[in-house]
Design a protein around this ligand. Structure first.
Ligand code: DP6
Length: 414
């Protein structure tokens, strides 16, 4: 058997604190405004992808979480793969021009690929995986094809798969610069600060159960661009100011400003959704109750100690510093008790050892002010929050050893 041409990578999820909402070009996925996000740890949420190229494969094939998908049915998948192939083709051409003997230039750009991709979190968690998915796809193609492009340049390839995916190409704190060029050349992700910059910053994802199927981000934002008059104001004045203020807050590790801008931007994004005609609403009663609890918690603390943010669905993401997490988890597990069928350590796995025992979560309210707050808020129906994922700021895509491959010797899913 000849040399195997294969790469395996993992890539993270990111949660925006300044939201991307609106495209100025839907085919190239060029946004109406810049956005900024925090990359979350791959220990808790990530996509792993293996890609192999072989002259023996008759066609490109893709398996997502064990199920084969038709690549040609997704314009976005085709666009990302074709763009990466063109970069490889250019590299092969350059190698030949540089005098590398033709037989030593591996024509990977001409071969079909097998792509196998898996999330380390259950799809049932209701978390969007397109960002980590496309970041993993493009990082794996970059490694397989040995592409010389920088991570920012490769983020453009992830962007044509799904806008928010370009931000998952970096760890830490990441800006997606909207850019002005018609061809999208300057619409790419840059790292604002790395993961080590602010190690105390952590996140809780409160997975809110939801029966309705939400309007997809892609469709929702298109209608917003076409119908909302508030949206124009957001794009023109609000976001540019917030991008600068947010970068300053991150540079200074200024949690109060970071948190206030995050909450205000989430609120404005959902206000713009409501100003869309017909209106779009992504948050549910549980989401709104969490907003109220966070403001009450901050009032009880006498400072802004926690921030909420919501994407195109009812799940809440809470940002707070490590030292405030115990009280927040006690508050949430008290007010949103787990369903009886859910095991305590599946409901809140406690990866940072906040409690001595998982059963302790929600049993005790240590801080008297938080206890009063919890009493006033009362308990919501069990299962309103399905599970709580506790995580922290994480690194960017990782190239994994061959032992982590998702493909067998013959290049089929293991
Ligand atoms: C609300 O990146 O999913 O999460 O570019 O059409 O694939 P497409 O949209 P997508 O939109 C994400 C919107 C958001 C805000 C954000 O992540 O910035």
């Amino acid at each position: 058997m000849g040399k195997v041409h294969e790469a395996t990578v993992s890539a993270p999820v990111n949660i925006a604190v300044i939201k991307y909402w609106g495209k100025r070009d839907s085919a190239l996925i060029l946004p109406t405004n810049s956005s900024l996000s925090v990359t979350l740890s791959q220990d808790h949420l990530s996509t792993r992808t293996t890609i192999r190229a072989s002259p023996d494969f008759p066609a490109d094939r893709l398996w997502l979480n064990g199920v084969e998908e038709d690549i040609s049915a997704s314009k976005r998948l085709v666009n990302s793969i074709t763009t990466a192939r063109k970069l490889r083709e250019a590299l092969e051409e350059k190698q030949r021009k540089d005098g590398i003997p033709a037989e030593s230039v591996v024509p990977l750009s001409k071969w079909s690929i097998h792509v196998c991709s898996e999330n380390n979190f259950p799809t049932a968690a209701g978390l969007a995986s397109s960002a980590s998915g496309y970041a993993a796809l493009v990082s794996a193609l970059g490694a397989l094809y040995d592409l010389p492009q920088s991570t920012s340049e490769l983020s453009r390839v992830a962007r044509v798969g799904s806008g928010s995916a370009c931000r998952s190409m970096f760890g830490g704190f990441v800006a997606w610069q909207a850019g002005v060029a018609d061809d999208g050349n300057d619409s790419l992700a840059v790292q604002v600060a790395n993961r080590q910059h602010w190690p105390e910053l952590q996140a809780l994802i409160l997975v809110a159960s939801d029966r309705k199927k939400a309007i997809s981000s892609t469709a929702g934002m298109q209608t917003t661009v076409e119908t909302s008059s508030l949206f124009a104001e957001r794009v023109r004045t609000v976001v540019p100011q917030r991008m600068e203020a947010m970068k300053t807050a991150i540079a200074n590790r200024d949690f109060e400003n970071f948190a206030e801008i995050t909450m205000r931007d989430s609120n404005q994004f959902h206000a713009v959704c409501l100003d869309t005609y017909p209106p779009i609403s992504y948050m549910n009663d549980t989401s709104r109750a969490i907003v109220g609890l966070i403001h009450a918690f901050n009032a009880a603390r006498g400072r802004i100690a926690a921030a909420y943010t919501y994407d195109a669905g009812p799940n809440a993401v809470i940002y707070a510093l490590k030292d405030d997490m115990r009280d927040l988890v006690e508050l949430f597990t008290f007010c949103f008790p787990r369903e009886e069928s859910m095991l305590a350590d599946a409901f809140y796995p406690d990866p940072f050892g906040v409690f001595a025992l998982p059963e302790e979560a929600g049993q005790r309210l240590t801080d008297p002010a938080v206890a009063r707050l919890a009493d006033t808020a009362g308990k919501y129906p069990a299962g309103s929050v399905r599970r709580i994922i506790h995580t922290e700021v994480g690194d960017g895509p990782r190239i994994l050893p061959a032992s982590q491959s998702l493909l067998s010797d013959v290049g089929m899913p293991k």
